[in-house]
Design a protein around this ligand. Structure first.
Ligand code: FES
Length: 372
């Protein structure tokens, strides 16, 4: 078996030197649905093979695919879903939660893309996806002990990262904290139990915030409460850990703020936020006006503040920009800012490289020149 360094080396090389690999990652390819597995009443796993019979591209645990889903006003929506398992050359596994209307506003529509995958996509169907992409991956250079924390469907990259670490370092000590509403919402239970049996050094605690102590009395290391840093700090030997956290925004915000207050540096806090698509669409209308020059298409358009972000603005004027999650998590909408400034409408999980911005999550703060 190749060791971790050579495996990562070959993946990095494949990223930078092989044109075909780059095309696979950055162009859309067709995948055939091989198998669909119910993980719970609201989560399904989709096993995908390349439709052209080739092997699937290698990836780092924690990365995702961006799918073209035939739904939405334009007849096509881009959505990002995490690969929930480690690499095998034959298939990708992605696990998707069926997104209902937001709890705080049940009159808003349910997530069309996830509902399409759950209700319409069938074994044998073809679906297009690009990637794998994403930078919520394990930092192999870190010497700190590892703590993995997941809330709900946030378990998908955390499970892949856990399995990725154990594939290369089977004896690594890891603390694993998993939070769900109830045991009915718990997913990958058998897979996690199997891992714990194979790797007894891993310490796993489960949190169920809609259950009582009596309902969990026969489940060791299970807690009838919301996960927070107080309980995590009581379980960990100390907080000098490398944290990988994935879940919904409220859980993430509270944990990350508390970890920073406790003196944990940014480089030891790795996060991926899973947002409901409605969560980022509540910004007030901004009435400032700026000229925006799209240098590639040669268009100059006046920003009048009626759009929620640069991506929506560009799209409404016929300038197509690539996008995925629409929440600032995947980096797909990153565009080069040649001149000018933006302001973000919310904190993004993905940090664009210097001189770029995430069009789905920002608005102009001045006149701008954008390479699009
Ligand atoms: S579309 Fe994913 S970060 Fe903008």
């Amino acid at each position: 078996m190749a060791d971790a360094e050579s495996r990562r080396g070959s993946l990095e090389n494949s990223r930078h030197s092989d044109c075909e690999t780059r095309d696979v990652r950055h162009n859309f390819n067709s995948y055939r649905v091989e198998r669909i597995v119910d993980e719970s009443f609201e989560v399904k796993s989709f096993y995908l093979k390349r439709a052209d019979g080739r092997l699937v591209e290698n990836y780092l645990p924690g990365q995702h695919l961006m799918f073209k889903i035939p739904t939405g006003a334009d007849g096509m929506t881009l959505r990002v879903y995490t690969l929930s398992d480690i690499y095998n050359s034959e298939t990708y596994r992605t696990s998707v939660k069926k997104e209902g209307p937001p709890i705080e506003n049940p009159t808003l529509p349910a997530g069309e893309a996830s509902n399409y995958l759950h209700n319409t996509l069938a074994v044998g169907d073809i679906i297009e996806a690009r990637g794998p992409l994403g930078d919520f991956t394990f930092d192999w250079a870190s010497k700190r002990p590892t703590t993995l924390i997941a809330g709900g469907i946030g378990i998908t990259p955390i499970l892949a990262i856990l399995k990725g670490i154990l594939r290369d370092r089977p004896n690594q000590h890891i603390h694993l904290f998993l939070a769900f509403k109830t045991t009915r919402h718990q997913i990958f239970k058998n897979e996690i139990d199997h891992i714990l049996k194979q790797h007894p050094q891993i310490i796993c605690h489960l949190f169920f915030d809609e259950m009582s102590e009596s309902e969990l009395s026969h489940s060791p290391n299970s807690h009838a409460r919301r996960i927070d840093l107080d309980v995590i700090a009581r379980i960990l030997p100390d907080l000098q850990q490398s944290f990988y956290i994935c879940g919904a925004l409220p859980m993430m915000t509270s944990l990350v703020d508390r970890l920073k207050d406790a003196g944990i540096s940014d480089q030891d806090i790795h996060t991926e936020v899973f947002r409901h698509s409605h969560e980022v669409e509540t910004q007030p209308i901004d009435t400032r006006h700026y000229e925006i020059h799209f240098t590639h298409t040669g268009k100059t358009i006046l920003w009048t503040g009626e759009h929620k972000n640069l991506l929506e603005f560009a799209k409404s004027h016929g300038i197509p920009l690539t996008a995925g999650c629409m929440t600032g998590s995947c980096g797909a909408c990153s565009i080069e800012v040649e001149d000018g400034e933006v302001e973000y409408t919310h904190t993004t999980a993905h940090k664009p490289k210097d001189g770029h911005c995430l069009a789905c999550s920002c608005k102009p703060k001045s006149e701008m020149r954008i390479n699009a």
